[in-house]
Design a binder for this molecule. Sequence first.
Ligand code: GDG
Length: 734
Amino acid sequence: MRLMVVSNRLPITVEEQKGKLIFHECAGGLVSGLSAYLDSLKGSSFTKSDYIWVGWPGISIEQKMQDELTTKTLSEFRAYPVFLTERSMEKFYQGFCNKTIWPLFHYFPSYTVYDESFWLHYKCVNKIFCDAVMQVIKPGDVVWIHDYHLMLLPKLLREEMPDIPIGFFLHIPFPSFEIFRLLPMKWRSEILGGLLGADLIGFHTHDYTQYFLRCVLRILGYENNMGEIFLSDHVTKAETFPMGIDFQRFYTAAGCSEVQKEKEQLVKTLSDCKVVLSIDRLDYTKAIINRLQAYEVFLEKNPQWHKKVILFLVVVPSRIGVEHYQQIKKQIDEFVGKVNGRFGDVGWTPILYQYRFVPFHPLVALYAVSDVALITPVRDGMNLIVKEYIATRTDKTGVLILSEMAGAAKELGEAIIINPNNIQEIADALKEALEMPKDKQTKVNEIMQNRLMRYDVVRWADDFIRQLLCAKDEQKKFNAKLLGLSVKEQLLKDFKQAPKRLIFLDYDGTLVPFTRFPQMAKPSEELLKILKELSKNPTIKLVLMSGRDKDTLQSWFGALNIAIVAEHGVWIKEKNDNWRLIKPLTNDWKPRIRPILEMYADRLPGAFVEEKEFSIVWHYREADPELAYLRAKELTDDLVNFTANIDVQVLQGNKVVEVRCAGVNKGIAAMHFISKNNFDFMLAMGDDYTDEDLFKVIPGTAYSIKVGMTQSYAKFNLLSYIEAIRLLEQLVGK
Ligand code: GDG
């Protein structure tokens, strides 16, 4: 097995200098984390250290140099470059990624740009990535796609290679429905559909996972069962995997000689002052200005700390040229000047400010000399810096002040957790942190270190890949039930050879798709033609088994003169005969039940009640899916309690809750036909929970087929009604 990592950026950046290609390693959480994981694969049992990384190499170069670059990156870094033009990068990366998805998913709707050309380039670049993956993918590969740049890729790839395990991990927050729905309908549906192409979709926190599932329900109408979503052709799972760091790398680096040297230098500069560290990429989501304001308030209120504390502010340049980033850079510069001017003097600069990228060893030294880490984003997918800070505290001292809006706060609850919008709270937290006794510091840091050590980045990635493989295995078991070519051929052969044949067909969902309202699902001329062909043959007994009322069935299929079962087995109509009840039934319970269903329909816009002779149905296909889901559960509970002493059954089906007379079902109705004759061939097709009764009673030699990908007693599955019709066409010899 080979792991294929796909991300917007490769772990290397390529530069062209005087016609020569120069390679630099990239920094950043994703790259360093995944690199540690890929290194760890060398001893792993389920991969043999084989991997390849697909992504943009950080440069747009002429066609003639692309081959050379590809050869080099492949042989030296196992990296396969995806080439994008500057214009594509501008519209895709600077545009849709940085100006649409990034602000929106970080709850900055007022910064979000909705530009159709950005979207079109986003789609186009996702397609280019798909083509690039197709160039290098091999059977047996496992694909792991990363982050918001490539949300359409899982689906595109599945269309090309349905059998490849595809995982997707989102590194930024997934927003709540109210935010996500701000995207135009087409974009938001396509993004969700794109993600659902994966077999496993990972998020940093439980909240993000839940928000995603909620958007899938509200926008696409798919419910989930413990994070599993059953789609027409596969099952997808959404799950939480909080990303860890390479703990040992930071822990051991803290003691290495390079870091010691850096530390000595720093200690000289910082004299005897306590150090508060703030380090972030320049980004409005990091709310750097808030912590500067809080530091100012802290100095104002705590003159005893003057000349005894320094805020070491590192801002790492990012997205230079984007409007909002330039603005906040200016604000930070001005604020630092203001605070230093107001409180500083010859021997003390309250804020040491660096606007630059810090190499690894100086970064670890900075973590190691800082008494407090002040990290207060207003929104952050995870934030690995805080984990790195804790990991470098080998003597277990140090205090972390962390925003509750960072994903990391869910795991590091022992830190001082603050709300980044409450300046006073941050200022108070600074005082508390600076004055915290050492024994308390070591106690909480020990807990956090143990957690970070255990769930490090290797464990995180390992967990993800293992679950992805499990999901795919489950799916394979499921796929094994799909009616394959050879079984289909055998079925057709058996059908042709059998002198007496019996076919049971469900209607809605099996022969026609579901529609907004039941009366809209009329049979087409083509379908009627196929059924007529089958029914004309005297050696075929065709039985249409539906949950619909007999009058509707009569008006749609009466002219065909076939056997029909209505209301899930209540009514039976033999060929050339009249409708009759399968057994004596009463419906005196209906006046007591109907008001309950009506009350629930009144409480849920879009829901309505359908009354049949011996059953009542509460439909909610058109209602708000989220509320409907809750109401349907509530209603079922109510009905089950209320009907305990009444001879009825309560069933939750496909967007319906149905109450019907007990002791009748499609299985019992089927027996009526099966027992009458010795059939040599039997076929039953259905998509609904009511068809399970049918599948249970038909003989083991029969072909039972569930339409759709859900679990069933049926022997085989077909993906959709389209395939069911195709099979019928083949039976009639088309
Ligand atoms: C996303 C999400 C999520 C930063 N500055 C320097 C430097 N770094 C390294 C850190 C850390 C990484 O970059 C930053 O990690 P973050 O977690 O803050 O965020 P991103 O990677 O930008 O972005 C984020 C993350 O993905 C992982 O899923 O946590 O929420 O936005 O590893 O050490 N490294 C060095 N010098 C720097 O100046 N050497």
